[in-house]
Ligand binder design. Structure first.
Ligand SMILES: Cc1ncc(COP(=O)(O)O)c(C=O)c1O
Length: 376
């Protein structure tokens, strides 16, 4: 479920207190006007939660991908391999650097087809960009093996699966750099916002400087007299986002517990009737959605969708927002020839329905839904 569902007094009071304590300040500086540095605290708490060394808050998940790719040395003309079940943001970030997105179809479990991935690696490939879609981990061990073999870096897009784990490690912390989104639809939200995580100091240093106009933040200089080694940009998170992010992060574990209750209640009633998306071995998902796959019969698909609409569950991305999540439709970004090579992905996604786990819906309503679905 998205974090916006559980925004309550805590977030509201924190915003009021922020205005009492200094107001809409930058994430840095103006020590004389403020008592706290909320964005810096959010980053510290994030690193502790994700068990990683460095976290950097930025304006969005899309910005986080772009900054992360630049930190990994991606330059104009390089190739970045990602998957065709995705969100357009990764492609936009790659294109914004002048690099080339290379798309890989998905397999029956809606994860990157690793045989196709190996075939797409060329001398120009710099980074593998797996995307953990809708709460579900990619096959990270195998992706890491491939990256090591071909000496490639990994940027994990974990915008949709915060809190999911692979071999007990939080997703986003297994590759060289990981990125998160806190936009309105995400598991925890700051309205808009993103986070970059890494265990390597050199990547953090680059991201930190680049996201803040190149500021080196050298202690011996005041901010106004600080130095830069390269031109950056402004991708800084605001204190208002930081203050909300700290509270939402504390709610993450409970969101996943609540998601799981609803997911299990539904799954137990329909797993014999429908094909459900499964998770890779040794992984734990955040139970954001339950995906029914391989629905080849159009009438059955219509019946499921009707039931979900009538009972106010709706769907998440599949099939309603398929155009934004499937490279087959991205002629405007990658051209008609490349987009149409993602036909296999389109077919798999067209036969899938993602049912969202919503807090406003009690667990019992998922049991009722399960009973109705099992009678279709
Ligand atoms: C997989 C994925 N990557 C990146 C993003 C971009 O995040 P943001 O909306 O914060 O820019 C999203 C957001 O929907 C996403 O789902």
């Amino acid at each position: 479920m998205p974090g916006f569902e559980i925004i309550n007094k805590e977030e509201k009071n924190a915003i009021l207190n922020l205005f009492k304590e200094g107001g809409v300040l930058f994430a840095h500086g103006w020590e004389n006007l403020r008592k706290k540095f909320h964005v810096r605290e959010f980053e510290k708490n994030f690193s502790k939660k994700m068990r990683c060394k460095h976290s950097l808050a930025v304006t969005s998940g899309t910005a986080a991908i772009k900054i992360g790719l630049k930190a990994l040395g991606v330059k104009a003309g390089d190739e970045v391999i990602t998957q065709s079940f995705n969100f357009i943001a990764t492609i936009e970030a790659i294109l914004d650097i002048g690099a080339k997105p290379v798309m890989v179809n998905i397999d029956e479990n809606l994860n990157m087809d690793l045989d196709e991935l190996k075939k797409k690696i060329t001398k120009k490939t710099k980074v593998l960009l797996p995307v953990h879609m809708l709460g579900n981990p990619c096959e990270m061990d195998k992706i890491i093996q491939i990256a090591n073999k071909y000496k490639l870096k990994i940027l994990e897009d974990n915008c949709e699966s915060i809190g999911s784990k692979y071999k007990s490690k939080y997703l986003g912390t297994l590759g060289d750099v990981g990125v998160f989104s806190f936009d309105f639809g995400k598991t925890i939200t700051t309205g808009e916002g993103g986070m970059i995580v890494t265990n390597k100091k050199k990547y953090f240093k680059f991201c930190n400087e680049y996201h803040d106009h190149g500021h080196q933040l050298l202690k011996k200089f005041s901010r106004g007299n600080d130095r830069a080694k390269f031109p950056g940009f402004n991708y800084r998170m605001t204190e208002m986002q930081g203050v909300i992010g700290k509270i939402q992060l504390k709610k993450l574990d409970n969101i996943i517990v609540e998601n799981k209750k609803r997911y299990e209640a539904l799954k137990n009633l329909i797993f014999k009737k429908f094909d459900l998306r499964t998770q890779p071995k040794f992984s734990e998902e955040s139970y954001d959605v339950l995906i029914i796959k391989n629905i080849k019969n159009v009438k059955i698909k219509r019946k499921i969708l009707k039931l979900l609409t009538q009972n106010n569950f709706g769907t998440k991305n599949l099939p309603g927002a398929i155009r934004w999540h499937c490279a087959y439709y991205w002629d405007h970004a990658i051209g008609n020839v490349l987009s149409k090579k993602n036909y296999k992905t389109k077919t798999i996604l067209e036969n899938s329905i993602a049912i969202p786990m919503l807090l406003k819906k009690p667990v019992n309503s998922y049991k009722t839904l399960g009973k109705l679905l099992s009678k279709i």
